[in-house]
Write a protein of this length. Sequence first.
Length: 386
Amino acid sequence: MGLDNIEEKSWFERNQRKTIAFIIVIALIALLFGAEKIMGLINRHNQVNAVYFTRHITLRERPPLLSSYIRPTKEDLEISDTLQDKRYRYRIDKDGFVVPSAIYHKPDKSLVFLGGSAVECIFVEEENRFPYLAGRLLEKKSGLKINSYNGGHGGNNSMHSLFILLSKVIPLKPSIVVIMHNINDLVILLYEKTYYNHNPHKEIIVTENYGVLRLARMFGKKMFPNLYQAGSQLVDIPRYLNIMEFGDEFAHIRGTKVTADKEKIISDFRKNLQLFIEICRTQKIIPVLMTMQNRLKQVPDAVTLKEFRRLSSDLSYEEFKNLFDAMNGAIRSQGRENGVMVIDLAREIPQEKEFIYDMVHLNDTGCKKVAKIISNGLERLIVNPN
């Protein structure tokens, strides 16, 4: 019999095992879809989501190990008169603190500063940011090895700082924790009326879904960590630092009338300050409060007035200044009532552009002056804490 008379076998005949495996897979998929449909009919009166959700308490910090340069946006420069239009070195350590942070592996003392962007000091040279510089000055005064951690994060209010204190500050076993909050607490309580809100930029409890895109992102992060980190820095950082921090965080309630319940705002703020004090003392940490420096003069300059108008369209300047001053007053009284040191930057830092480049943020000169004030205030607590 010649070769030409041999029938050529089909692909299925040549690959019988693959064919059987393929048929089994299709049958299993069909079975799963069928079972899902049947369960859907059984559960038709119950709410069953095709996407799964998890909830967790937010830890508002920058991405650990971030290394970047940050340049002021056009909006930043419009509401400033001494902010320089240049790139500022900006790095984060593995624990989410602004670098420089843990310069000693075994320090004699550790300090932690908590707050919002007024503590974070993004647009200040690394070595001049007051949380770091205060540590260096205290080191010279005391002769001790001191680590000084900057736990500031733009947009954080005192509730966010309480979670940071509980989750990652206490394990550092610091000697002193210094907290400075005012304007972010004032604005969130003014617009949202409570710390327990659903503002996507400020909410305490975050809900995440595990749909297809979320799972794909988790897979990419697990399988290609280096590429994922590089891509995240290219894509997420400008969005994270500009849109999240400097965008309109209250766009969803613009147009509605905002009224200020001064008594409730101050009461809620003081409760968080008291929680901070009690948590620190329970953990054998010395709590220190700071008032917030500002340029909210009786008669505002053009820069301050311009920023105020962007911040609040419902209150008069006088009303807003009165609330801000009352928040600083609450810090002083809370410290006095608890026997806690208060570093009164609102009284010690001149309300001038030479030190503050917009309404509340310090420039390099301001940071140097604040660092000296802090080091002078904390020297006794460092050398003789009892």
